[in-house]
Design a protein. Structure first.
Length: 489
């Protein structure tokens, strides 16, 4: 126990940056786990060939939740529920702590003292206040000082792994300048759009051509695995109270229990509910009657035929599903696939025509850029202008459009691109209007802060890459279920 902390003033050192460095990375990284669906053993999982006990997993989960409270305060539960997978975060923590031990990293008591005494919310009149600290432990964390401080010891060890991995990373003057220009130089263009699907109505094709297209592209007409799910539902209004939600959940749980020994329809009827069906749908389709809910689709497709799901709570209500039918993938015959084949052939030829028309337009005016608008008017094509945009900015109506932006920044004033720019929706002929360089005085003022942020990003990227490789080496086997994580709250 760190008696020194609670009895004496201690010099300040900054360790609180750990939360800002490591926590956001968990959102991006996730955890590449292997879920073993066989009967779970009496331990939480395996990393680096070592069994991890439930107590070790619970300790890591508690440490991560403590980090979240330090970082986000009263918003911690809300943010973790919306953006984090607690089980993945706990495994990530265990993997990094394993690496810290492998590197023989040690943390002194003075390091923990320095971290705590620099926490802003434990300050009073610019100095660490032991009474505030005790109140924080009791009412905010509900944690003993010894346990809290040992979690901080782990945090600091994790931050030292980060420092060791990224210590030699730096940035050059050239990198700073190029990245600043990339983010701050702005340009503006005018363009003509040739939509890939815009010429379908002008194309005629025969049945023989459609049949030939079908034969040459059969993989496109393979129907993926499909399921049909029956379900009992209690749907709730947006203003439903917690009591109403709890009542609905209890009723569905009764149906789930009864459905273990009788048909779902019979079990639901006892509670006054009728069974509905989704109809056949694939994993890539929206669920009929529900829309796009990837987590629910995955849950349902993992169930065998005639199996009943766990109770599913959505914003719109509480549900219990039973898989009524499962269809394996199959190749649709030509008669069933004819319309899809026809549309595919028309789309292909329309795209070819769009590409040709765009190339003809560019070839006609690239030696005379001043004819851009006149040439477009002659072909009844609309010329549009963009507002100023940066290399990493968003262009109204076009989106991120990175290939187009790359081409635009390579153009001189009034120059037309040598070839059309292809995006997903079609082809673009573009002409530069004007480009504004960076403000040199502004660059001088912002350079120092910009450099710090750029270095931090580069270090985070390097650690991200390192950690991805570390996770592969860990070969995580995870026996923790979501319900078990809830138990560890």
């Amino acid at each position: 126990m760190l008696k020194l902390l609670r009895k004496k003033k201690v010099a300040k050192r900054i360790f609180y940056v750990l939360a800002a460095i490591i926590i956001p990375a968990f959102v991006i990284w996730g955890s590449a786990s292997v879920i073993n669906k066989s009967k779970a053993p009496d331990y939480a999982g395996v990393i680096f060939g070592k069994k991890i006990s439930f107590d070790e997993f619970q300790d890591a989960l508690a440490g991560w939740r403590m980090q979240m409270k330090l970082q986000y305060g009263d918003k911690a539960n809300e943010i973790t529920g919306a953006f984090f997978n607690p089980a993945q975060a706990a495994w990530d923590r265990l993997i990094i702590l394993h690496e810290a031990r492998a590197r023989r990293i040690s943390v002194k008591d003075s390091d923990i003292v320095a971290m705590i005494t620099n926490l802003p919310f434990l300050q009073r009149d610019g100095r660490f206040d032991p009474q505030t600290y005790n109140l924080f432990l009791k009412y905010s964390l509900n944690e003993q000082a010894r346990i809290f401080e040992e979690k901080l010891r782990q945090n600091i060890a994790m931050s030292k792994v980060f420092e060791e991995v990224t210590d030699k990373i730096n940035i050059s003057e050239d990198e700073i300048r190029k990245e600043y220009e990339k983010q701050n130089i702005q340009t503006r263009i005018e363009y003509v759009f040739f939509p890939s699907l815009g010429y379908k109505s002008k194309i005629a094709i025969s049945d023989d051509e459609i049949k030939a297209y079908y034969e040459a592209h059969k993989d496109k007409f393979r129907v993926p695995p499909q399921i049909n799910a029956a379900y009992a539902a209690i749907e709730l209004k947006n203003d439903a109270t917690e009591a109403q939600k709890a009542e609905a959940a209890e009723k569905i749980k009764k149906i789930a229990a009864a459905a273990k020994t009788k048909e779902l329809a019979e079990a639901a009827k006892v509670e006054g509910l009728e069974i509905k069906e989704t109809g056949l749908f694939s994993l890539e389709d929206p669920i009929p009657g529900f829309g796009w809910i990837p987590e629910l689709s995955t849950l349902l497709f993992d169930l065998p035929k005639d199996a009943t799901s766990k109770v599913v709570e959505l914003n719109r209500g509480v549900y219990l599903f039973k898989i009524k039918e499962k269809k394996d993938t199959y190749l649709a015959d030509f008669n069933d696939a004819k319309e899809k084949a026809k549309d595919g052939l028309l789309s292909e030829r329309s795209k070819d025509m769009a590409a040709k028309n765009a190339a003809d337009f560019v070839n006609a005016i690239k030696t005379k850029p001043s004819d851009f608008k006149q040439a477009a008017a002659k072909e009844a094509l609309e010329v549009k202008e963009t507002p100023l945009f940066s290399h990493e900015g968003y262009i109204p109506e076009l989106g991120l459009a990175q290939p187009l932006k790359d081409a635009a920044f390579a153009l001189s004033k009034d120059e037309v691109t040598a070839i059309p720019i292809e995006l997903q929706q079609g082809f673009y002929a573009i002409k530069s209007i004007e480009t504004f360089p960076i403000d040199e005085e502004k660059y001088k003022k912002e350079k120092e802060e910009f450099s710090k942020q750029l270095l931090e990003n580069k270090r985070n990227k390097a650690f991200n890459d390192f950690f991805e490789e570390l996770k592969k080496k860990a070969r995580l086997v995870n026996y923790i279920q979501d319900s078990m994580v809830e138990k560890y709250r």
